[in-house]
Design a protein around this ligand. Structure first.
Ligand code: ZN
Length: 64
């Protein structure tokens, strides 16, 4: 598995390749895998537990 962490010495091509890697998160809306370049983390308050949780969405899914 490639190192996903940001690297200042990365070339544009390497960055593009890294963006194709799956984030390992599932979209809250559509339930599908999210690639790193599509990942949008949304902090939401959970009123039941009174804690902040981070929901993951595709950028496209969250904008709808
Ligand atoms: Zn989605």
């Amino acid at each position: 598995m490639a190192n996903v962490k940001a690297n200042k010495n990365q070339t544009a091509a390497e960055r593009a390749q890294a963006a194709e890697i799956l984030s390992g998160k599932l979209c809250t809306k559509c339930g599908k895998d999210i690639k790193l370049k599509e990942l949008l983390n949304v902090k939401q308050m959970c009123f039941q537990s009174n804690q902040k949780s981070v929901m993951a969405y595709h950028r496209a899914c969250y904008q709808v």
